[in-house]
Design a protein around this ligand. Structure first.
Ligand code: ZN
Length: 345
């Protein structure tokens, strides 16, 4: 009951890359960089286990950014000539690569880190991939001329890699779709279908993470424009509830998402965000347990997984470590309270 996991990314140590940046520069090259990425992965596997988390990830230590890490292994993309593009409906500008011809995979994308993760923990492991709609929103299209067509082209490639990750021993494949919270009508219309194409044929657990973004200034300012109640999930959750995806990760703590929207995810495991990624203030176990209890009004206890609101990548390492511990401690407290409450005569 109340298993714990992270949304995906964790901060990179200062010897691996620049810190507290969304697109950090690596500090080594070639073999030295490959080794440094795995060293950082090992460090975070240990930190997650020490904190007491139940499902372990690689902390995305091997990718510069959660979308571009995948794109680097895709043929048909020009990384040499990046262009500036407004992404997430122009919320912020990013230098993005361009799709210039039909897409295909050059080979495996995450085999090294997935197998490394499998080899270094006996706990269930989760691996994250960007979702098709979010990828489409993070590259410039000079070839397909149609967002849906391009999303399904990416979904096919994601599916190839997801099936291979499953064969590597990954227990949960998670697709990250922050774009679902920006283009809600499109997400309900074709975004979820593209996601299902990416998950086709998987027999392991599948998950989707939908958030309001990392705790960077552009996102914090955007959230201030969303009003008193954030109801974006309301449009997308019914389509997800009807989909083949098993688990849905959402923001909860310190967000203005009405908790009752979680009731729209009937039949799904719900990864409830109990850790704020936009504040360095470390949650108390009490706060985490209270958020879990709030969610329990709408999510059956056996379907509730405690999670972070989003990735922790741009935070400081010390804060991230403390937040992992708060997550595990809070879930334990909630479990104790729940068991006590239910054992009363
Ligand atoms: Zn997120």
């Amino acid at each position: 009951m109340f298993r714990t996991t992270i949304a995906g990314s964790l901060p990179k140590p200062e010897w691996l890359s620049e810190t507290q940046k969304l697109w950090p520069q690596w500090k080594a090259e070639g073999d030295a960089l490959a080794q440094a990425k795995l060293d950082a992965t090992l460090l975070w596997i240990k930190a997650q286990e020490d904190a007491g988390l139940d499902v372990i990830g690689d902390g995305e230590q091997s990718r510069q950014h959660f979308v571009h890490g995948f794109l680097e292994q895709v043929a048909g993309i020009d990384f040499e000539h990046k262009v500036e593009m407004g992404i997430r409906n122009d919320r912020y500008k990013a230098m993005v690569p361009q799709v210039v011809s039909a897409l295909s995979l050059k080979g495996r994308v995450h085999a090294t880190e997935a197998r490394f993760l499998r080899a270094h923990t006996t706990k269930p492991i989760k691996f994250t991939l960007p979702g098709p709609m979010t990828i489409v929103d993070t590259v410039a299209d000079r070839f397909y001329g149609d967002r849906v067509k391009m999303a399904f082209a990416f979904a096919e490639l994601l599916n190839q890699e997801a099936l291979a990750l499953q064969a590597d021993g990954v227990d949960i494949v998670q697709f990250d779709e922050p774009a679902f919270n920006v283009y809600m009508a499109e997400a309900a219309d074709w975004g979820v279908k593209a996601l299902e194409r990416a998950a086709q044929g998987l027999t392991c657990k599948t998950a989707v993470h939908i958030c309001y973004g990392y705790g960077i200034t552009a996102n914090v300012q955007w959230k201030q424009t969303l009003g008193e109640q954030w109801r974006q999930y309301e449009q997308v959750f019914p389509a997800l509830a009807a989909s083949c995806i098993h688990q849905v990760s959402l923001e909860c703590f310190h967000s203005k998402v009405p908790a009752e929207l979680m009731a729209l995810l009937k039949g799904k495991d719900v990864m409830v965000g109990v850790i704020d990624v936009a504040s360095d203030q470390v949650e108390t176990a009490e706060e985490v347990a209270n958020t879990i209890e709030r969610a329990l009004q709408y999510v059956p206890h056996e379907r509730l997984i405690a999670c972070t609101n989003c990735g922790l990548a741009p935070m400081s390492r010390a804060v991230a470590e403390a937040k992992l511990k708060a997550l595990a401690d809070g879930a334990r407290l909630a479990r104790d309270r729940h068991e006590k409450a239910n054992s009363r005569p």
